[in-house]
Design a protein around this ligand. Structure first.
Ligand SMILES: Cc1cnc(Nc2ccc(CC#N)cc2)nc1Nc1cc(C2CC2)[nH]n1
Length: 321
């Protein structure tokens, strides 16, 4: 099966043709909605377990996009061992849709806490822990030669909001497999979070995700979106010129190490940007964010967090489609 990257997509997951509603009950409100997808909470009848059902339309603007959906499934499968990438449970297909039954992250989008007022907003210690988890999830993707290309607060979910739980990276609808052979030049992502190379129609690479992580970290720490302008064009100009406010007004009470971490990522030249591996070794993330004793910390880390991060591939570009 060839997808738009010209890459053969082989998936392991069985695609079921029996009716989704035989096995799941839809409950409550919609969780999310995109141009070609809607996400609803559902309960598995046999186990009573909550999941999130993502209904994806196979035909979009008159084109058959089934292979793009198989790409999303293949990317989820490639990261199934990583606790910080949302888990894929089952897949169903109807004549018009493919339904991904995914792990339910009950805490919702970190976006809500990013824009919350003081007492519900993240502390710097919260952000250090969440940033480390995001990086460990992205390290797994980059190690598997995958770039997400739409990392933003709306696509980072929490297992629990209060008390603050762990993150889950979601929505691989724009993700691509990387390839050192050819280049890709296409507009992707969400304006505030896209890297300069996308606006300048330059090759997209693993460094493109690292720019978005810099924007994400800025938003989690300050509640402000560094490049947002009144109009899309102003936002694009701010990105292209890397117009970022690192003043004390915005970063009051935030450590210099945090600013240094963000500045290592919001760099126009992708080759000069920190890799996921370098970020995981940045001194800002070396702070002890556990409330427990060191012993409990070591025990909890060996259980809940993956082995020390895998080296991410050097900067690679991804194929044209
Ligand atoms: C409580 C909740 C609240 N809000 C969202 N928003 C949301 C954000 C991005 C996307 C885009 C996607 N994909 C879909 C929904 N997801 C939630 N739980 C989910 C959602 C999911 C899986 C990812 C769908 N598991 N648990």
């Amino acid at each position: 099966m060839m997808n738009r990257n010209g890459v053969v997509t082989k998936i392991r997951t069985r695609i079921r043709n029996d009716p989704f509603k035989n096995n799941y009950e839809l409950v409550g409100r919609e969780l999310g909605r995109g141009k070609f997808a809607v996400v609803k909470k559902c309960v598995e009848k046999t186990t009573g377990k909550e999941h999130a059902a993502k209904f994806l339309r196979k035909r979009r603007k008159g084109q058959d996009c089934r292979s793009d959906i198989l790409n999303e499934i293949a990317v989820l499968e490639s990261a199934e061992a990583n606790p910080y990438v949302v888990a894929l449970h089952e897949v169903y297909e109807t004549t018009t849709e493919i339904i991904l039954v995914l792990e339910c992250a009950a805490g919702g989008e970190i976006f809500n806490q990013c824009v919350a007022d003081n007492d519900e907003a993240f502390t710097e210690k919260d952000v250090i822990r969440l940033a480390r988890q995001i990086l460990m999830g992205v390290a797994c993707l980059h190690q598997n030669n995958v770039v997400h290309l739409d990392l933003k607060p709306q696509n980072i979910l929490l297992t629990s909001a209060q008390p603050l739980g762990d993150i889950r990276i979601v929505d691989f609808g724009l993700s691509r497999r990387v390839d050192s052979v050819t280049e890709v030049r296409e507009i992707l992502g969400t304006p505030e979070y896209v890297a300069p190379e996308i606006l300048d129609y330059e090759p997209i690479s693993t460094a493109t995700d690292m720019w978005s992580i810099g924007v994400l970290t800025y938003v989690m720490l300050t509640g402000e979106s560094p490049f947002q302008g009144e109009e899309k064009q102003e936002t694009f100009l701010n990105i292209s010129q890397v117009n970022v406010d690192y003043s004390q007004d915005v970063f009051q009470g935030i450590s210099d190490l945090a600013v240094d971490f963000i500045q290592s990522l919001l760099i126009k030249n992708p080759r000069k940007r920190a890799t996921v591996e370098q970020c995981l070794n940045h001194p800002w993330l070396m702070v002890n964010t556990h409330q427990h004793t060191v012993d409990e910390q070591e025990a909890s880390q060996s259980e809940s967090e993956p082995e020390s991060p895998v080296p991410s591939p050097e900067l690679v570009v991804i194929p044209s489609y």
